[in-house]
Design a protein around this ligand. Structure first.
Ligand code: PA5
Length: 435
């Protein structure tokens, strides 16, 4: 199970602070579970792990069996919540060098998250040489970036395989009734999955939005859902700070924010978790950053970034607190080999595993930053597996809902995302945006 350690916070937070914030977190949790708060029409994610139908899982598995044998690549087209969750889980589980290896499952590549012309030229040139299938994912079905990407890739796919065979290689994941993607999928007869109305994009990883790409990459979505279910039981049933890490995390963030810590840095010591941080940044940034409020979510990968940003964290302006995502057990073992000459002077590490060294780097960093006046929380996960990632996802989602309500905002909308779109549409001459 996930453990949230707050042992390094003693100099920053008192027991009274924690008890007070704990009460507030509990009230926010009641608001969330009773559905009496702002944005309560977007609470479908709360029961998703329990309520997702077996039929959806069976259909996803059938699609994997149908598409995987004829796809070296699986192109996931989506932006924000329509791709970050899948990418976070896939990149956490796959080899850092998966793109260089020929695996048993399709390698997932991404589109629709950028408008860079060079990116698409490079992608199309890869797709010329590989067999591939596509998932096009958009809740609204009207987002420009994935719409542009889908038009380009659909045209490539049809030119490569012919219209009928291309159609067999496309899966659309979108709204049940509305949106351009819905209409295209209906008209062209694509395989379709529905994103439930009451689940917002950044809370949708445990719907087909995340599950189809994750299953296509060869990972076990049932274990992922089981992890989420087990964490949901804790989050929903346990009202204590000791037993419910989501309540404790929300309470601590709230205290630190009120005390002037406006930036939270999520840190990992395992590069595979980089996209967990990207997903987390969207989850918290879009949920809390509104009405002139909200902790700014930032992320760093250590020890890499200790050699770029470590200086700032240690001695720069004291704006931040840190949340270290710590992995107890690695999936593989690499031990420091012997070298009699010891010219590099690291024989004191002889026989130690890299995880032992990495854990000491982590502890050394935490102690140094604490001494540098930075509050540090530590989320310990036993390992990186589907089951644990399911727990982690649900933990962060539940804590986000609680934390947003503690802050007094609607954690489930994102009105600010529209501003750049209106300007872009006007500049590009989209009908209806002339003014
Ligand atoms: O969390 C959200 O709702 C957003 O980040 C969306 O996921 C993102 O804007 C993409 O929207 P859509 O899935 O409608 O294309």
């Amino acid at each position: 199970m996930i453990n949230l350690h707050i042992d390094y916070l003693q100099q920053f937070i008192s027991k009274t602070d924690i008890d007070k914030a704990g009460q507030k977190a509990l009230l926010a949790k009641v608001t969330l579970l009773e559905g009496t708060g702002k944005g309560n029409d977007f609470l479908g994610w709360v029961n998703l792990p329990q309520e997702l139908s077996q039929e959806i899982i069976t259909n996803i598995k059938a699609d994997v069996e149908r598409l995987a044998p004829k796809s070296q690549l699986f192109v996931v087209i989506g932006i924000g919540g329509s791709y970050l969750g899948a990418r976070a889980v896939i990149e956490a589980l796959q080899s850092e060098f998966a793109s260089m290896e020929s695996g048993r499952h399709p390698f997932v590549v991404y589109a629709g998250h950028t408008l860079s012309e060079d990116y698409y030229q490079q992608l199309l040139s890869l797709l010329d040489k590989k067999d591939y299938s596509v998932a096009v994912i958009s809740k609204s079905g009207t987002t420009t970036e994935p719409a542009v990407a889908f038009r380009i890739i659909k045209s490539h796919l049809e030119a490569k395989y012919g219209k009928a065979a291309a159609c067999e290689r496309i899966v659309a994941i979108t709204d049940a009734k509305r949106g351009a993607l819905h209409d295209i999928a209906q008209q062209e007869g694509y395989r379709m999955y529905v994103i439930p109305d009451n689940v917002g994009g950044r809370f949708s990883v445990l719907t087909p939005v995340g599950l189809l790409p994750i299953a296509m990459a060869g990972y076990d979505i049932e274990k992922l859902l089981q992890g989420a279910r087990d964490m949901r039981d804790i989050c929903v049933k346990d009202n204590t700070l000791e037993g419910n890490p989501a309540l404790l995390y929300a309470a601590i963030r709230n205290i630190l924010y009120d005390g002037g810590r406006k930036v939270e840095i999520l840190e990992n010591f395992v590069p595979n978790l980089k996209y967990i941080s990207e997903w987390w940044k969207q989850l918290y940034g879009e949920s809390e950053g509104k009405e002139g409020k909200g902790i700014l979510p930032h992320s760093l990968s250590f020890t890499t970034d200790l050699h770029s940003m470590g200086q700032y964290v240690q001695e720069g302006e004291r704006l931040m607190f840190e949340t270290v995502l710590s992995v107890a057990k690695p999936r593989h073992t690499v031990v420091i080999p012997a070298d009699e000459q010891n010219l590099d002077g690291i024989n004191y590490l002889l026989g130690k595993s890299l995880t032992e060294i990495n854990h000491n780097a982590e502890l050394g960093t935490i102690l140094a930053h604490k001494d540098g006046d930075v509050p540090v929380l530590r989320i310990e996960i036993p390992e990186v597996s589907e089951y644990v990632l399911g727990q982690l996802i649900y933990f962060f989602e539940f804590a986000c809902g609680v934390s947003g309500y503690m802050l007094g905002v609607n954690p489930f909308d994102q009105p600010g995302v529209e501003a750049y779109k209106k300007n872009m549409f006007r500049l590009l001459g989209k009908p209806g945006y002339a003014e």
